[in-house]
Design a protein around this ligand. Structure first.
Ligand SMILES: [Zn+2]
Length: 132
């Protein structure tokens, strides 16, 4: 009885493992297709420079920016579809410099997790000490 169950489990594990490689290959292909779709919709007016931002813990974080004048975002991923669609040159620089010197916001595609850098409420609590 016990032996039978064990054999069944082994069979299950083997079929799971066998399924994994083709799945991974498919995911990569889908990503590449999405990249081209997103690239067509990125033309827009840049927003004004961000007024509120806080880099606590991110002072040395490096990001990428596209030097095209219509761009107003920074990217964490060098292979971000929006960054790849950049028609100009791009630069690798620190996050504070991208925001302060170039007025960049977080890219919604690759850096949505950094939106809190520009969260007004969170920033006010911190900059209160600096008299702003
Ligand atoms: Zn991006």
């Amino acid at each position: 009885m016990f032996k039978k169950t064990l054999a069944g489990m082994c069979g299950l594990l083997i079929s799971l493992a066998a399924c994994q490689s083709p799945d991974n290959a498919q995911t990569e292909q889908t990503d590449a297709q999405e990249s081209t779709a997103i690239a067509d919709t990125t033309k827009r007016e840049p927003r004004p420079k961000p007024e509120y931002y806080s880099f606590k813990g991110l002072e040395k974080k490096r990001v990428y920016i596209c030097m095209d004048p219509s761009e107003d975002t920074f990217h964490q991923k060098h292979d971000c579809p929006v960054l790849i669609s950049c028609a100009s040159t791009f630069r690798n620089l620190t996050l504070p410099r991208a925001v302060e010197a170039f007025g960049r916001y977080n890219c919604e595609t690759c850096s949505a997790d950094l939106a809190y850098v520009f969260d007004e409420n969170a920033v006010r609590m911190e900059t209160g000490l600096q008299g702003q």
